[in-house]
Design a protein around this ligand. Structure first.
Ligand code: ATP
Length: 558
């Protein structure tokens, strides 16, 4: 009976007449219906059942009726299992497709969609399940996933699972992060996740290194170590640290750690981790192909996991490019934003420490709660700023690249690239400080005529992450490889951020200090020049002068 021929030859299918048979076509009812009805069916009906039973779901009923032998039944059972496996394979493939996950390598474990599966399928220890659960891996790994997508937990939980409990045999897991601030954040996260087990976790600082130097027996007590490369290399060279038992080595922000400047230190750390069973894992939101090729030289048959598009930004971030003409236009634009009403917290990125200080000294007088963070600030200042920004006590934070990677300030509403980023990676990480863990966020990137040749790189990221970009921008030429490399090495030279008004203030303080009459006259001139601009620039409500004085003396410490 050729069902498709009949149906395909233009005959009309009367649903009422074939009401019972229709249910046979519905996957959920199909096998049930076949079993129920098979005894009463005629030969023609049996033919129909067999023809439409593409997946052999109705085998028992058909077997009985047709008298199929046991060996045949076994064969059918096996093929059924194969089909089931295939179906599961398809399901897993669909899962990866849905999440835009691409995997490369052999014997790759199945993906899972919820932490519950870890308990039901993988029999996870209850204490981790309680603190959130994860999946064990034992292979070298390169994992790329968007900013704010939860990569930290993706490596912390397997470490806790694999270490099982404290063992007093020295460091068994090591996490390297490019900045001290990020290392501290990771430390806090591990502490949180390991509540319930008495793991000894060490964040390597000058103080902890010196304690372990003075009391080598202490080193054995620890299980997990978190450090920046430089601090760790120093400890290795001073023989204050033992890494031979490290089985899990994580490079967070791996592409940064494999860049010139860090590479030598990273290499030295690899050499010190001498355990044969060492498993290396690289994590980052970005991994340029050149860096990946380099990484492949020291990875053993790695699993490579890519979530989302490579080198694209998080989709929950609304990105825009703002043309500001000349350098001066940036201050005007930012003051306009302040006047319109900024929604704090806001993070502003500039390209150098000098410019961070300059911008801070401009904005401090605009009546907003602003601070600045860069590597010249003391550790205590940096810690306090990060904490206050997290707590919402600082509304606007001006930062250098120091804050661009990994920092998890959940509620940042807006990232402003005051200075155009020097690479696509820098752009992705900077704007990734907003729109984290599925939240919405905004990013504005200012560009001048000098930045225009590099615009297309950012346009590509915007387009790939689903942002609307005007057609003329899409038509722009991509910058050459050489020019991109040059920009990466050296930022564009820019005119000072300091406005004439501030220059006047600076001069005034010097002049008052030394009673310099000529300087006082210069200041008068500068103030006049600035009058027209003042109307546009300082349009936000300034603080009352007494508060202004207080705040500036509190913060103007650079
Ligand atoms: N399963 C989850 N559900 C909800 N929130 C989560 C989950 N996993 C992680 N998070 C939260 O998401 C935020 C971002 O995570 P995390 O800092 O690990 O991002 P990341 O991928 O490392 O980003 P970046 O590339 O910027 O370093 C954190 O606040 C974390 O607590």
């Amino acid at each position: 009976m050729d069902l498709f021929k009949i149906l395909g030859s233009g005959a009309r299918f009367n649903k009422n007449r074939f009401n019972e048979d229709i249910t046979l076509f519905e996957p959920s009812n199909r096998s049930k219906k076949v079993n129920e009805t098979v005894d009463n069916k005629s030969d023609t009906q049996m033919d129909l059942i067999q023809e439409i039973d593409f997946f052999h779901n109705s085998k028992s009923a058909i077997n009985e009726t047709l008298g199929i032998s046991k060996s045949k039944t076994k064969e059918i059972t096996e093929s059924l299992e194969e089909v089931q496996e295939e179906e599961e394979g398809i399901e897993q493939e669909m899962f990866r497709k849905r999440h835009r996950i691409r995997v490369y390598g052999t014997d790759i474990p199945n993906p899972f969609g919820s932490f519950d599966e870890l308990e039901s399928k993988y029999d996870f220890q209850s204490y981790i399940c309680k603190n959130l659960k994860s999946f064990s891996y034992g292979r070298d790994l390169m994992a790329m996933a968007p900013t704010g997508s939860g990569k930290t937990l993706a490596y912390i939980l397997p470490i806790l699972y694999n270490l099982k409990g404290p063992e007093k045999m020295g460091y068994r897991a090591l996490i390297i992060s490019p900045t001290r601030e990020l290392a501290q954040q990771i430390y806090r996260e591990i502490k949180k996740m390991s509540i319930g087990k008495k793991f000894k976790i060490c964040m390597l600082t000058k103080a902890t290194a010196s304690t372990q130097a003075q009391a080598p027996q202490l080193r054995e007590k620890f299980d997990i170590l978190i450090s920046t490369p430089l601090r760790l290399v120093h400890a290795i060279q001073e023989e204050n640290i033992e890494l031979k038992n490290v089985r899990h080595l994580i490079l967070d922000e791996a592409d940064k750690l494999l860049e010139l400047g860090f590479l030598e230190q990273t290499d030295e750390i690899f050499a010190a981790c001498s355990n044969m069973k060492l498993q290396k894992s690289l994590f980052s939101a970005t991994l340029p192909s050149g860096v990946e090729a380099l990484a492949n030289n020291f990875m053993k048959d790695p699993i490579r996991v890519v979530v989302g598009l490579r080198n694209a930004a998080t989709e929950t971030i609304k990105q825009k490019l703002v043309y500001v003409g000349q350098e001066e236009g940036k201050l005007i634009a930012i003051r306009q934003l302040i006047q319109e009403g900024l929604k704090p917290p806001v993070l502003i990125f500039v390209q150098s420490i000098e410019r961070a200080k300059e911008l801070f000294h401009e904005l401090i007088y605009d009546g907003i709660n602003v601070d600045v963070i860069h590597s010249e600030r003391t550790k205590a200042q940096r810690d306090s700023i990060v904490l206050k920004f997290r707590q919402g006590k600082i509304w606007v934070l001006i930062a250098t690249e120091l804050m661009a990677r990994g920092m998890d300030f959940k509620g940042v509403n807006l990232v402003i690239n005051y200075d155009f980023p020097q690479s696509v990676q820098s752009y992705i990480h900077r704007i990734g400080r907003t729109g984290r863990a599925g939240r919405a966020g905004e990013a504005a990137t200012y560009y001048t005529k000098d930045d225009a040749p590099y615009l297309k790189s950012i346009v590509n990221v915007m387009r790939d992450s689903g942002c609307e970009v005007p057609e003329w921008m899409i038509q722009l030429k991509n910058p050459s490889k050489v020019s991109k490399q040059q920009l990466r090495k050296k930022p564009i030279e820019r005119k000072t951020i300091t406005s004439k008004k501030r220059k006047a203030r600076k001069l005034a303080s010097t002049a008052n200090k030394y009673g310099d009459k000529d300087k006082k006259e210069d200041i008068g001139q500068l103030k006049n020049d600035d009058k027209t601009k003042n109307n546009i620039l300082t349009s936000s409500k300034p603080l009352p002068s007494n508060k202004r004085r207080k705040r500036s003396s509190e913060k103007d410490k650079d």
